[in-house]
Design a protein around this ligand. Structure first.
Ligand code: INS
Length: 646
């Protein structure tokens, strides 16, 4: 800022302080008293005051200048360091869930893995993550956030070492379970830790960075998969073992990073909490924030004296019960909208669209992961501009449309599905089911069969339906497509899981649209919103439950996709996801309140009215409360009302 400009700001800030005058101080005293009795009244006063504020443009300018000044000196670099080191947990979550698909291509050959073992290696991680996310609630409450993050990084490191050194499939399974335990704990702890350390005006952005790291981890995994796929032997050891690097980095970083100040206050370690809070707030006075956290904890303790397990107390207390329903609902709809099916089957979708080279498909899958990553970046930018509610609603609307486009793509492809024109003799006997199908779409829906064809220009010739090789779906059990080498100039092409048609590009369009819309909102918001909607006493348990729901629905959707497609066909499955996304849209429209800019201690009041009327309060922009600091003194933005400026 130039000297002149900064003088101006100083001048306006000084005038603003003067304007506040005696009346301001009196009002502050009243507010402190009100704060001790609960902070509800602040919201009401903010509602009325903001409308008066908007009448005075001059006051608006002053506010803006003051806010700018405030934001400049409240965001010390340390809070970013804390967030980035925590978000390495998100990176490992993404890397370890993403890397397995590429590693599997090599592993299944080298270790001769059956389909059951392949499925076990993929889903054991997700299953273990579901269990440890649920258990993470207790661990977080008892041990604190920092030991849980340290524990997760140790598990990630141990898992990576076990996997890289594995000699048999049983050890691989053990390693995948250890990694899954780390993922579950990290997925529920990291967002909570960041939310508790962040200042309110940056909280959404910093927590969303964690999801950026998740999708960044998935993208890095895709690149590593691509690079090591050229290594015929032991490539998978590097793919699976490389995650030890960020895991060790996180472990070392967290040896020096502090515990969450809110957890420390809750456990009565107030001196330490003060030290940590001033460390992460840099040059700012922390008294107001400290008192507000302390008051709300004292109040919670008085109210929560009823005893019993936390989950029981959450369920009998309406605001936390509602928050839990909203949090779990968001996580459930994130998975029911099919993100991991789309990511997992992106290779198939790409092949459908005419990519018939394996290597190219692997690299294009990296492009898909990159789209997910780069549009999550858009979410990081939008979350503090649009707010959580608008971002989630916009994102899910687009995602639903994309799912319909995907479904239509599969439907059109099925309708113009190429016929079987060539029926070679089956060496195992004449009655193989595959050779009895007369169209590709029937053939592709049978998991035991694949479509083998040649291309003459753009038309499909010499097409047959052949049983798939029991060891690898990459080739036919016998005949022209037995060899994995693909198409190349006039050769035969093996299509497993898809049919080549001229409408295949609609599926590619659907895929791109899906990621563009899903990534900025539905990807990160369930994690972000869950990190902020529970009061402190219920935060670990609430996040444990909602993360558990996320992982359980993840297993459910990815494991049932193939069967769903078999019963309902591919387009039927995507129509089903689109339908579920519509239900999610209604739920979010009705039930998700806006939490942008609010202090964690204020958010509970958003769930005080009946469930699914909270969405309505979003239009009430007057509920927005912001604290700004002018020349070292804290004051409430709503104090700048007409009577102060007269
Ligand atoms: O928020 C994340 C992200 O969207 C990932 O891409 C997805 O794989 C995860 O399941 C989800 O929880």
């Amino acid at each position: 800022m130039s000297r002149k400009a900064s003088d101006n700001v100083e001048y306006t800030l000084r005038s603003l302080s003067n304007l506040m005058g005696e009346k301001k101080r009196r009002k502050q005293q009243q507010e402190e008293a009100a704060a001790a009795a609960g902070e509800r009244s602040l919201i009401a006063s903010a509602e009325s005051c903001t409308s008066i504020n908007s009448q005075s443009t001059g006051a608006g300018d002053l506010e803006r200048a003051a806010r700018k000044q405030f934001q400049q000196d409240v965001t010390p670099a340390f809070v970013y360091v804390v967030s980035v080191f925590s978000a390495l947990g998100g990176f490992l979550f993404g890397y370890d869930t993403g890397v397995v698909s590429g590693a599997m291509l090599l592993l299944k050959r080298e270790m001769n893995l059956s389909a059951l073992w392949q499925e076990l290696l993929v889903s054991s991680t997700v299953g273990a993550a579901a269990l440890s996310a649920l258990a993470g609630g207790v661990l977080n409450g008892v041990l604190g956030r920092r030991p849980c993050i340290l524990m997760a990084s140790l598990l990630f490191t141990a898992g990576a070492v076990i996997l890289a050194a594995a000699r048999d499939k049983e050890t691989l399974l053990g390693g995948r379970v250890v990694v899954g335990l780390g993922i579950g704990i990290a997925s529920m702890t990291v967002p909570v830790y960041i939310a508790e350390a962040a200042p309110p005006h940056l909280r959404g952005r910093l927590v969303t960075i964690n999801t950026l790291f998740i999708t960044g981890g998935q993208f890095s995994a895709a690149v590593v998969d691509g690079a090591f796929s050229y290594l015929a032997r032991d490539g998978w050891r590097y793919m699976l073992g490389l995650s030890a690097v960020p895991a060790v980095l996180q472990f070392l970083g967290f040896l020096f990073l502090p515990e969450s100040p809110r957890w420390l206050i809750q456990k009565g370690q107030t001196q330490k909490a003060r030290r940590v809070l001033s460390q992460i707030r840099g040059n700012q006075t922390i008294d107001e924030e400290y008192d507000s956290i302390k008051n709300s904890i004292d109040e919670e303790e008085k109210e929560g004296a009823t005893g019993g397990p936390i989950i029981y107390r959450m369920l009998i207390y309406p605001p936390t019960r509602r928050a839990l329903i909203v949090g779990c609902g968001l996580q459930m709809f994130q998975q029911l909208a099919g993100i991991n099916t789309v990511m997992y089957y992106s290779a198939t979708i790409l092949q459908m669209s005419g990519v018939d080279d394996d290597r190219l498909a692997i690299w294009l899958a990296a492009v898909t992961a990159f789209t997910n990553f780069s549009f999550t970046l858009l979410g990081v930018w939008l979350v503090e501009k649009l707010g959580r509610r608008k971002l989630t609603l916009g994102s899910l609307t687009g995602t639903t449309v994309a799912l319909f486009v995907l479904a239509l793509g599969f439907l059109l492809s099925a309708q113009v599905s190429p016929p079987v024109t060539f029926t070679p003799g089956d060496p195992s006997g004449p009655n193989s089911t595959c050779t009895q199908y007369s169209y590709c779409n029937k053939c592709m829906l049978d998991p035991n069969c694949g479509f083998c064809y040649k291309k003459n220009g753009s038309s499909i010739v010499d097409s047959s339906c052949i049983p798939v090789n029991t060891e690898s779906t990459d080739r036919a059990a016998w005949g022209r497509c037995m060899n994995e080498t693909k198409s190349k100039a006039g050769g035969s092409i093996w299509a497993y899981n898809y049919c080549p048609t001229s409408y295949s590009w609609t599926a590619l369009l659907g895929l791109i649209l899906y990621l563009v819309f899903f990534a900025p909102g539905m990807g990160p918001m369930p994690w972000t919103v869950n990190s902020e909607i529970y009061p402190l006493w219920a935060r670990s348990t609430g996040n444990a439950c909602s993360s558990g729901v996320n992982w359980i629905c993840n297993v459910l959707i990815s494991l049932t996709f193939l069967h769903t497609a078999e019963y309902l066909t591919y387009y039927g499955a995507f129509f089903l996801y689109a339908g579920l996304a519509c239900v999610g849209l209604i739920f979010i429209y009705g039930c998700l309140p806006e939490t942008k800019g609010k202090k964690l201690e204020e958010i509970e009041s958003l769930f005080e009215s009946r469930l699914c009327t909270c969405g309505a309060s979003d239009s009430d922009e007057g509920r927005y409360i912001e604290y700004i600091r002018v020349k070292g003194s804290n004051y409430h933005l709503s104090d700048n009302d007409a009577s102060d400026v007269e």
